[in-house]
Ligand binder design. Sequence first.
Ligand code: GLV
Ligand code: MN
Length: 222
Amino acid sequence: MTKDSSSSFKRILVHIVLLVLPLVSRSADPDPLQDFCVADLKGSISINGFPCKTTSEVTSNDFFFDGLSREGNTANKFGWNVTAANVLAFPALNTLGLSMNRVDFAPGGVNPPHSHPRSTEAVFVLKGKLLVGFVSTANILYSKVVTPGQMFVIPRGLVHFQRNVGTGKALAITAFNSQLPGSASLPQTLFASKPSIPTDVLTKAFQVDDTVIKHIESQLAS
Ligand code: GLV
Ligand code: MN
């Protein structure tokens, strides 16, 4: 290969990479290959997603879900409850690349810092007043008080939270571009994993002594 043809080959390669990169980063779940694939959650084969229920057994009922119509029980130490409409609760979402949550808050309730490894999240407030925030990988907090009819978006994978800053209850619907976004709650991940993270890792990471770590762990133990 001459010097000229080698550099034009490199240029073409760079162009191809630049063209393909946005396509890769644009998608969350993969696109469906058929109209629908209602999940057979009991299917024995393991694939990326779930196998499809036999089409002749699919009815209108499969595409209907009323699990978000009921208020969640917020009588817990965080004053918050999430009801998920993901593929596990609503199998028709299999392969469709979306899901939703109903998030209820008692006055003062907090949805603790967490992240969704497979999805961006849109928060739509229906009732009350929520402080919604996320922290970027540059460690900058972006936050806003969001009221009924307003939205806030949380980019995929970033740590975020909501706190009810109104006087009464609050309610939000969250939407995800994944059938199963996954959720890693920071308090649970760090202080309630099984087996637990070695205490000396946590004392060093948080620059505290082990009584503090033990105290947090005992508070989070269910
Ligand atoms: C809110 O952050 C949710 O994950 O539903
Ligand atoms: Mn979330």
